[in-house]
Design a protein around this ligand. Structure first.
Ligand code: HBI
Ligand code: FE
Length: 298
């Protein structure tokens, strides 16, 4: 989602009151200023998700979590996370007030800096996110940044994002990020596992993406994903599945320009579309989104 879309959709962005003075939008995490209520919110979210992710998140996600100084007890201090992360993959986390403009986001990623919201959601909105907060960004994204393949892929996305902006192809590239880094599934020896941060940080979606009969699960092909619109305000209708995380590493080497060209000649797809050319691992019955649409029509 672009910042403009987010602001149009949700009204004033959460960080609006304290727009940063620095051009890269970074602010201090100000770890000392988190309140007891904020640490308690983290604890509720952490304990709920940690339990759920055993047997659902991929091995690399679990290994990443175990390697980090991250626990239920408190919102992590970025300084401690960065000591470990820097040594492992050369990434570090920088604090931002919420969504940042696309070019600022890409500039950070292309330099192996991951922007993380420094605030945490309100306890009365545990499952509602207006903008990425510290739980989504740190719990969802940082374990995977411990993995070399994802680490390189996200940096390549940053570099590719700056290029895609110039080509006017940002929406197509953003779909690749959405259906991998945010909502990706991967095949592992014990079955399908989640690795996307949008799923890993969501109670409802970490169940839905693997256990529900509703969504489609389709083998990921780059040119297919680039054509596929996504929803930012609800569970996904389709998840795209990779064979292993090294597949993402291959994408980091590919020149996307010819793929954009190809996709431009074809029409965009709706989130729930299934094509005859798809390798379908599971054709969803769509019951969840059908019910939603009936509810809206009533
Ligand atoms: N800013 N903090 C933050 N986090 C995001 O995930 C993010 C962003 N700005 C732009 C953006 N994502 C997307 O619009 C791009 O990936 C296209
Ligand atoms: Fe995210």
């Amino acid at each position: 989602m672009t910042t403009v879309e987010a602001v149009q959709k949700h009204g004033l962005a959460a960080g609006e009151a304290e727009r940063p003075r620095s051009s890269d939008w970074t602010i201090p995490q100000a770890w000392e200023q988190y309140t007891a209520v904020e640490h308690a919110t983290w604890k509720i979210l952490y304990e709920r998700q940690a339990k759920l992710l055993a047997g659902r998140a991929c091995d690399e996600f679990i290994a990443g979590m175990e390697g980090l100084p991250i626990s239920a007890e408190a919102i992590p201090d970025f300084r401690g996370l960065n000591d470990v992360l820097m040594k492992r993959t050369g990434w570090r986390i920088v604090a931002v007030p919420g969504l940042v403009p696309d070019d600022v986001f890409f500039e950070h990623l292309s330099n192996r800096r991951f922007p993380s919201g420094n605030f945490i959601r309100k306890p009365e909105h545990l499952d509602y996110l207006e903008e990425p907060d510290v739980f989504h960004d740190v719990f969802g994204h940082v374990p995977m940044l411990m993995n070399p393949a994802i680490a390189d892929f996200i940096q390549a996305y940053g570099i590719g994002g700056l290029r895609a902006q110039k080509l006017g192809e940002l929406s197509r590239l953003a779909r690749v990020y959405w259906y991998t880094v945010e909502f990706g599934l991967v095949e592992q020896r014990n079955g399908l596992r989640l690795y996307g941060a949008g799923i890993a940080s969501s109670f409802t979606e970490s169940l839905f993406c693997l256990d529900s009969a509703s969504p489609n699960r389709i083998r990921l092909r780059l040119e297919r994903v680039m054509r596929t619109q996504y929803r930012i305000d609800d569970l996904q209708e389709t998840y795209f599945v990779i064979r292993n995380l090294d597949e993402l590493l291959e994408f980091a080497q590919i020149d996307f320009a010819p793929l954009y060209e190809l996709a431009r000649g074809l029409k965009d797809l709706n989130p729930g579309d299934v094509l005859s050319t798809d390798e379908v691992l599971g054709h969803g019955d769509g019951r969840y989104h059908i019910a939603r649409r009936q509810g809206e029509a009533a």
